[in-house]
Every structure is written in structure tokens, then in C-alpha cells.
Design a protein around this ligand. Sequence first.
Ligand code: ARG
Length: 588
Amino acid sequence: MKKILDLISEEMKKAFEEAGYDRELGKVTLSNRPDLCEYQCNGAMAGAKTYKKAPIMIANEVAEKLADSEIFSEAAAVMPGFLNLKVKEGFVTAYLKEMESKDKFGLDKPEKVKKIVIDYGGPNVAKPLHVGHLRSAIIGESIKRIARYAGHEVIGDIHLGDWGLQMGLIITELKERQPELIYFDESYTGEYPKEPPFTISQLEEIYPTASGKSKEDKAYKERAMEDTYKLQNGVRGHRALWKHIIQVSVSDLKKNYANLNVDFDLWKGESDVHDRIPGMVEYMKKEGYAHESEGALVVDVKKDTDTKEIPPCMILKSDGASLYNTTDLATIMERMEEIYPDQLIYVVDKRQELYFEQVFRCARKTKLVEEDTDLRFLGFGTMNGKDGKPFKTRDGGVMRLESLISDINEQMFQKITDNHEVEEEEARKTAKMVALSAVKYGDLSNQASKDYIFDVDRFTSFEGDTGPYILYTMVRIKSILAKYKEQGGNPETVDLQDSLSPSQKDLMLVLTKFTGMMESAYEELAPHKVCAYIYDLANAFNRFYHETKILTQEDEQVKAGFIALLKLTLAILEDCIHVLGFEAPERM
Ligand code: ARG
């Protein structure tokens, strides 16, 4: 379905042409003087030089051609040569009716469906999720949903950090504590127990302890490196323990991500590509891409056009061990082989930008990807506390994601039960939904690449540019629709009608912008555009609501028209919050 601005521009271009001017001058934009008009065209100013005419003369001639336009109720030429435009009520109503009748409100399907892999989440096994992981999960989930909404085939992969020294450290610490465990008996050839020898909370304590010890005790670190080596080289007991670590950790992660309404199609990790590494290294050597440098194996990735230093991409350390780079490259190789995506999007902390620049260049140079495979780094900024420094707990420690979320849930629960009487169970459920909207909207409403201040008090407010405000607006609409039913009305059979007031028209015009907004949110991978839009939409709705008698309207037909408008507003808000990754309760 054509975007409304395109339809309007088309009409304007026709008028320019009829008046004897270049039709391309007829581009229409949203008005930057909403007090004067709804749309505007500055084409007459742009054409003045070419046609050696005063802009106002051109504008007047064009305006004349629009006197009987089906689209414009007003096309006024004003000094020095602007065309100020208003559209007909009937045109807006017909446009919204068409939107309503179409799948996704008329958002065009892509010409070519792209296969996209999104690499997001990126938690590390056996380490608790902390707020640093929050942004990747929230933004990645939203990008995934936006791209799917746009009609693409999208695969989300969590890319667990489940390999390397962090795993060796845990094994070493376990050995210190329980050397008698069967896993450490290298002569043992029988089956290992099904039950893991630790719980998630033990695991979460073991890792930091081990990591701390390894920093102080050289011999301990060496033992951890040896255990890492044994694990990576397939020593049975080490592999069995590692599987337990993954199992315990992943089931905990699943619970945590489910609470965030985040889910992944693939739960692959760094370890999954371990067996590909030798082949990949061989290939890079054989083709002459990789060479030795101070004992390590590297691929040069700098270009003559670089303005900053781009160091070589290291494939193997001098001791032959693989690195973060190695697994990322092997993962690209695997994804190309198994999925063959058109695009790979990495939603990772922007401090890893240079690293990904190296990896991408290396993948291109070594032809792990096709020439037209789009490798995209979507780097996000830091989530800061009110003091402008990275978000911490009150005593300065790293804030666990679980505690952060449960604190906000609790705060929301208090707010909801203070406001009115609700059953505890319902209040808890609602609080969870509203709290999630607070956290997600608070994050997504900022441009991803920017740092932002995590301000719980502001995010959880029911007023202003917040998730709860959006949900509050939706709940308000739901409650009007329910009351309409109680009055005997049937919201299923109502039809949109021409607007009767400026606030109603304004609301209708905001609704017409939906498809254009969604298109650019996808093209620019920009969830903040969806947030900005629903904030506008909620404001437009609330202005209309405050100025209009809806349920007390005497004229049944007029009332039905309002109800139809409410329904459409709600439906569009529903789709928008869905792509942002949260949902609205029935009441709050
Ligand atoms: N586990 C990594 C970390 O915590 C993030 C992984 C990002 N994704 C990737 N393909 N490297 O920093």
C-alpha cells in the first residue's frame, strides 16, 4: 500500500506538471508549522532559479491547479512561495479504512525476503547476567521482531560464551574443592552421573572465586589453563563436567530471558565451532591469508584508506590457543554453511566496535562470506546510573539483572496496589508487565548507540515519555471499548468516520504515518523510532480523549465512529509494543 506522503506528493507533482513545471518539484513533507497546515511543499522555491520566476508566482499557479483536488481541502500559496496544505477529511478516512483492511496495516512486503541472523544476548555461561547484558537482549529482541514484522526471515542466536579459560577456571576450582569427584579420575571409562555435582548458585559463586584466585596465584592460573586445554582437547571427564555447567547455566538463563520476554531460535555457543577451527586455520594458511607474526598467526586487515590504526586480526595465539576472534570467525563460517544468511547483525556493546571491524574485514578478505553478505555491527552505549557512571548496586557492586528486575517489579506492585484495590495475584502479574515496559521502553526510546541514564523513577512513571504511559493509554482504550459493549454496542461492527474536530483529525493523521515509520525503523534498525511514534500516538489519543465525549455521545453513529477510531489506535499500539517486546495488561 502506498504511503500517505507518497500519495500526497503524487497529487502535488501532477499539479506542478499541469502548471508547466518539473514534476519532481512536487515533493511534499510534513508541515513544520503544524499551527498553519498539515503538510507543505517547498517546490516553488526550489524551481524559482530554473524558471527565472518569483517563487510565489509558481506557487500560485500550482495552487490554482489544485482547486478541485480530491486530496487537498486547502492548498495555499504563501509568501515567499510555500504551499501550505491541508487534506480532506474523506481522504484521511478512506486511507485509514484501507490500512485497516490490510495485513500489517498495509506495510508492503519486501521485494526480496532477506535471511537475517541476529547475534545478541551473548551471556557467559556460569556467570550471572548483569545489567550489561540487558541492552543486548532488549535491543536484539526488538530488532528481530521489527525485521520479522517487515517480512524477513530472521534467526536469533544467543552465542553463549561457553568456551575458553572461564570454563577451565570453574573446573580447576571444582577440583580444589572436590578432588574425589569421578570426573577427575582419568582412568575411569564408565558413564558419568546424570545429575550435575553443583547448583546454579554454587556455580555463580565458584566462578568469581576462581577468577579472583587466578589473578593472585600464578600456579592456580596455570592449572586453569591446563584444564582449559584438557577440556578443549576432549578429555572425557572435563567434557562431562563442562556439559553439566552448560546444562545448569542454560536452564537458569532460559528462565531469566523468559522473564524479559526474550527468546532465541538458536542456543549455540562459542564451543559449537571448536571442531571447525583447525580446518579454518589450515584454509587461511593455505590460501596465504594468514601469516606468522611474533609466533602468533594473524591476518592483516588494514587498508590504505584507514584514518586510524586497524591492528591485524589474530587467529591463533603463540601457544596455538584460539581466541575470541577465532570462534567468531568460525561461527561466521558455520552460519554461512548452515544458514547462508544475506545479513548478519551483531548487537554488542559499542566498545567492541574495533574488534568487529577486524573480524568483518578478516571474514571478507578470507572469503568466509559472499561479497554481498551484509555484516552489520549494531553497537550500543552504556547504561549509566544517575551519577552518569556505569550502573551499579548501591554499594558499588555489579548489579545482577535478576535483582534489578525484581526490584522494579516490587516498586510497580506497590504503585498499582496504592492506586486501587486489586487481587494480589492480578496485581503481581500486571506489575510484571508494566515493569517490563518501563525497562524496555526506557532503553529502546534512546538511540541504541548512545549511553543513557537508567532512571527507575522516571521510567516507571505513568506520565511522560515512558512505557507505563503507553500501557496506561492502551488500558484506557480497552476500558472504553469494554464499557461500550456494556452499553450494548458492538465494537466489531463499527466503521471509521470523517473527523469532527482538530484533535480527532490530528489523531487520524498520526495513524496514517504508521507504515512509513515502520519502514524506516526496519531500514535503520531503529526501535527508538517506534517509541517516538507511539509516544506521539498516545499523546494524540489522549488529547482527543480529553476533548471528546465518547461514551456519553448521543448520536449513536458518531459514537460508533469514535469507537472504530479507538479500535484502530489500539491495534496499531499493540503491534508497536509487540515489536518492542512487551505487552499490555487488561487493567492497571
Ligand atoms: N560473550 C560476549 C561478552 O560478554 C559477547 C558476545 C557477543 N557476540 C559475539 N559474536 N562476539 O562480551
